[in-house]
Design a protein around this ligand. Sequence first.
Ligand code: UD1
Ligand code: CA
Length: 461
Amino acid sequence: MATLDIVIMAAGKGTRMKSARPKVLHRLAGKSLLQHVLDAVAGLAPVHTLVITGHGAETVETELRAPRLTFVRQEPQLGTGHAVQQVVPHLADEGTTLILNGDVPLIRPATAAALAAASGGTRLALLTIELADATGYGRIVRGGDSGDAVTAIVEHKDANPAQRAIREVYTGMLAAPTAWLKRAVMALKNDNAQREYYLTDIVAMAVADGLPVVATQAASETEVLGVNSPIQLADLERRYQRARAEALMEGSGVRFADPARFDVRGTLSCGSDVEIDVGCVFEGNVTLADSVKVGAHCVIRDAQIDAGAVIHPFTHIEGARIGSGALIGPYARLRPGADLGPEVHIGNFVEVKNSTLGKGAKANHLAYLGDSTVGERVNYGAGSITANYDGANKHRTLIGADAHIGSNCVLVAPLTIGEGATIGGGSTIARDAPAGQLTVARAKQVSIAGWKRPKKPRPGE
Ligand code: UD1
Ligand code: CA
């Protein structure tokens, strides 16, 4: 396409959010509303992307700063037309300008592209939709010679009863020939019910100038709904999550115990025969291979989980890779750098960080493995920990294949436990333990013959 500029309006106050945070920074699926809009249009290769800021401008500009983004302040906010006036000096001299709203997060890339194409630098294209309840929206007024041409947008507050009966509304998004748009917005007046400069008044100006006006219908209500209140934000979040769940069910056959109790805040890719129980949250980039089962109430971020692994309920995983057929949890915690081989078992209240576990290694109860390399088939006993931190530096623990670490051991790193070694329960091991031998480091057990328990004095004694 020829030159495309994109303008995103984000100066509004969002009073009904009842929040100190600027409205467009509130999060949907873990990402700010404004970032959703920016991501939706990133593929259109615009020459300029201009974001109009006002309320909370500094916070918005700091959080959203990106190389190809220009922020333009609108101070004070005198209406949507006034907002676009602020970016006029930044717009190209030709081509198309696409105007979107920073608080309408679920606009589909295809719809934004279609709107820009409908303008094609020669027409004013409005994104419209029919609503059962159009209260508050600008109405699309049709008439002219054909009786069907768009002749104006009339704001709800300025509409007469016949106009208020119109169901087709302006979604707040349009595309226009840039050179014409610049002239038109500079000519806007504020003689209306709200004493605002209405961007929507450019429609009547286009008609007067003989510029064709076309309406492009949005594919669904969801992609044009704005966020004005916490209730609307929560509603859009559910619509978004439902759509993601449906895409996974239709695309990969994922079986959800309840698609209404599922949240993805990033990207979730699934193989076939994946099962996900209720209340799970997936963040960042998560891949679940074939036949992975995720139990209830797991939080999984940036993880790759191989075929057939089972994640039992209440498990927390971040920055980890889990081998095929592994059994994890319930109540396990895998932290960044946990790299578990096939058929590893990690049980309840076990924490693993920055550690590699070979095939079939097991740590089933109440344990900590940090900065360690654990060989195949190692059995790591209940309550054992790697003491990997000396207060200043982290050190590694190497445990050879087939080693057996008893319960309640402290392995003081740096440390190497040889292959097939056995460490007696309750040992504090601070020096390397040789392969194949039993190493015990605890006080010798003694029994004292004839020892008597102290007795409590009886009353009166
Ligand atoms: C606007 C449209 C209305 C449309 C509706 C769709 C106008 C005059 N009306 O009405 O036809 O049906 O959107 O939601 O355009 N903004 C600024 N600076 C301002 C005022 C607003 O940046 O001075 C931004 C807001 O942050 C928001 C967007 O523009 O992102 C829309 O503003 P808002 O006041 O919500 O417009 P509506 O009255 O809803
Ligand atoms: Ca308004």
